[in-house]
Design a protein. Structure first.
Length: 445
């Protein structure tokens, strides 16, 4: 669960259904459920609704010998990948499937969306048992035959319902239990909450609402969509650039601020980035990686320029980065013009779900040679992860890193890896000079 990692366990979407590290303990599992869903910007009520609603229909599959399965999909031949684990005993019957290893349905009527999940979870006492595949699962101590779900292939047979450790967490964790009791008292509220949480879960990765198409797009703006008002294009780019150039800000300050504003972008769900200028709002303004004191001084200058010229702060931040690059290139003997597109807007605190931005906080940034603390993953792995989240190619990652080193953007002004005595000039010294300093040895940090 350590940040900046995401999944609790490799190969799992959310949490281990048998318990933390495969050891059943609903209270411990509740903590991992809460953290995992928080990283998807889900609060406790949304998490409980998704768990209960999602488990109201369908079943788990573990009715067989797990040892008889073929290798995991990633280790199988290419023609088998995408089809799950090969099961020689399945015989085309759903009741013979083995995936999670847990076996059974959660509700009496697993093909009907109803309140059956709550009826069984809170209407019975549960005990730990093993599935046919050997997985830990919870089953009711005493249940009427008519309350058991029917077999997935033969409706004349009934089986015990099951609960995973995550389901039991909904019952034993005090906060989740109170939410579930609220749902049980008001089924319509539960259905509405589930519908909204499901829409959020399945649409988060679409990015901003402007990307939605079709007649069923909700009219309302939802805060988890990170709404951003349209920015003005009715201002003079050259006037703004001149004001920036005369501001007295250093190349390092301008490039660092533009980079810090943009680096939160995640191509996985299109959250973050420079548009909206949320770097000037909580929590980003206080993030350690953004150097809050330095950032506050720079933003004060940008906000005044924006107010005087009609440009958004978001546009000023990006345009200042362009001004700095052009200045650094000229100092190295090259005249370049960095392309710029107007129109970014400035989000407000009311448009920002501050808590949901916590998972976007950079905990390491190899481009600025900074890491908040030591992690189980290596710095170079964190660098690659940041680059892929931003959608950078290999060459783009390399040239950006080298360029930012010689521009003096290291966190706190450190000189590690700068490899130039012409700091502030856009040169290729980072790539030329390392060989002049002899052999480099790994220090373990």
């Amino acid at each position: 669960m350590e940040n900046p990692l995401s999944a609790v366990q490799m190969g799992l979407i959310y949490v281990n259904p048998e318990g933390v590290n495969g050891v059943p303990d609903p209270l411990k599992t509740a903590q991992q459920v809460r953290e995992t869903f928080a990283r998807m910007a889900m609060n406790d009520e949304e998490t409980a609704a998704l768990t209960a609603g999602g488990h109201t229909v369908g079943k788990c599959h573990g009715n067989g010998d797990a040892a008889a399965l073929s290798a995991e999909p990633e280790a199988s031949d290419v023609e088998n990948q995408g089809f799950g684990w090969g099961n020689p005993t399945m015989g085309g019957k759903a009741s013979n499937a083995v995936t999670s290893g847990i076996e059974g349905a959660w509700t009496t009527n697993p093909t009907k969306f109803d309140m059956g999940y709550f009826d069984l979870l809170f209407g019975h006492e549960w005990e730990l048992r093993k599935s046919p595949a050997g997985a830990h699962q919870w089953e009711p101590i005493d249940i009427k035959e008519e309350d058991k779900p029917v077999d997935a292939s033969d409706p004349s047979i009934r089986h015990n319902p099951i609960m995973t450790d995550a389901d039991m967490a909904m019952k034993v964790d005090p906060t989740y239990r109170a939410i579930c009791e609220k749902f049980m008292a008001d089924p319509e509220y539960f259905k509405k909450t589930f519908a909204k949480a499901w829409f959020k879960l399945t649409h988060r990765d679409l990015g901003p609402k402007s990307r939605y198409i079709g007649p069923e797009v909700p009219a309302e703006d939802l805060i988890w969509q990170d709404p951003i008002p349209a920015g003005s294009t009715d201002y003079s780019e050259e006037v703004v650039k001149q004001r920036i150039a005369e501001s007295g800000l250093s190349i390092s300050d301008m490039v660092s601020t533009a980079w810090d504003s943009a680096r939160t972008y995640r191509g996985s769900d299109m959250r973050g980035g420079a548009n909206g200028a949320r770097i000037r709002l909580a929590p980003q303004r206080q993030w350690e990686g953004n150097e809050p004191a330095r950032l506050a001084d720079v933003l004060a200058v940008y906000e005044q320029i924006a107010a005087d010229t009609g440009a958004s702060v978001a546009d000023v931040i990006v345009l200042a980065g362009s001004v700095a690059i052009e200045k650094a290139a000229k100092a190295a003997g090259y005249d370049v013009r960095v392309p710029f597109l107007k129109g970014r807007g400035d989000a407000t605190a009311e448009m920002t779900d501050a808590d949901s931005f916590a998972p976007l906080e950079p905990l390491a940034d190899g481009f600025r040679n900074w890491q908040k603390k030591e992690y189980v993953v290596k710095p170079e792995e964190l660098l690659l992860d940041r680059a892929q989240l931003m959608g950078l190619t290999g060459p783009e990652m390399v040239v950006l890193l080298g360029g930012m080193r010689v521009l003096g953007t290291n966190y706190g002004g450190t000189k590690h890896g700068v490899f130039t005595d012409r700091e502030g000039q856009l040169t290729n010294d980072f790539f030329v000079n390392p060989d002049r300093h002899g052999q480099y040895l790994e220090t373990g940090r």
